[in-house]
Ligand binder design. Structure first.
Ligand SMILES: [Fe+2]
Length: 187
């Protein structure tokens, strides 16, 4: 996948004003897609989960919803952070929202036309695999940490203002996407 392909799929990349960070974020997503075997033609088939029966939400839909809602919610709440003297980096928020689930591109794979879990998916859950991919792409620790702690792995972990924000929106979006569905596996 080229950077242009990913920007077309995820317009929120335009919101990252730090050119180096945007370039690293695109490199991290490309690396994850390459490692998971996803291409421009197949990536729309990547799911957000296989643990809920008949969940039709795609990885692309999920990531776009998280990124867009993070931007909307931050627009409504940025003043609170400023008022309270809390440093909040909007670029970290957007890059973190776009990258929080890059590990899912290696969690799932397309094999003989069917989507399945990739090898070692239990060992290298998306927060761990995604954080490693982000680190490999040269992203700063704040993004690597955000990815590593965004799921239940981060329940008892230190959170930055940005990581807590993405984590909260991600959980909300994910919960909405499985509302009414039966859980069939995983945690
Ligand atoms: Fe997510």
């Amino acid at each position: 996948m080229t950077h242009e392909d990913m920007i077309a799929l995820f317009p929120a990349f335009h919101e990252i004003t730090d050119v180096q960070l945007r370039s690293q974020a695109l490199a991290a997503m490309a690396l994850a897609a390459e490692k998971g075997g996803w291409t421009k033609e197949t990536i729309a088939l990547c799911p957000v989960t296989l643990n809920w029966e008949n969940c039709k939400t795609s990885w692309i839909e999920h990531v776009n919803a998280v990124a867009r809602l993070c931007l909307l919610a931050y627009g409504e709440t940025a003043e609170y952070y400023q008022r309270n003297g809390v440093a909040f980096d909007r670029n970290v928020l957007v890059a973190g929202a776009l990258l929080h689930d890059i590990g899912k591109l290696t969690e799932f794979q397309l094999r003989d036309g069917a989507v399945t879990h990739g090898g070692g998916f239990e060992l290298m859950r998306p927060p761990l695999s995604g954080a490693l991919l982000a680190s490999q792409a040269g992203l700063p620790d704040k993004i690597v940490h955000l990815i590593a702690t965004h799921s239940f792995e981060g329940e008892n972990s230190y959170q930055t203002a940005e990581s807590r924000f993405v984590r909260t929106i991600d959980m909300f979006v994910f919960t909405c996407s499985v509302e009414g569905l039966k859980k069939t596996g995983g945690r």
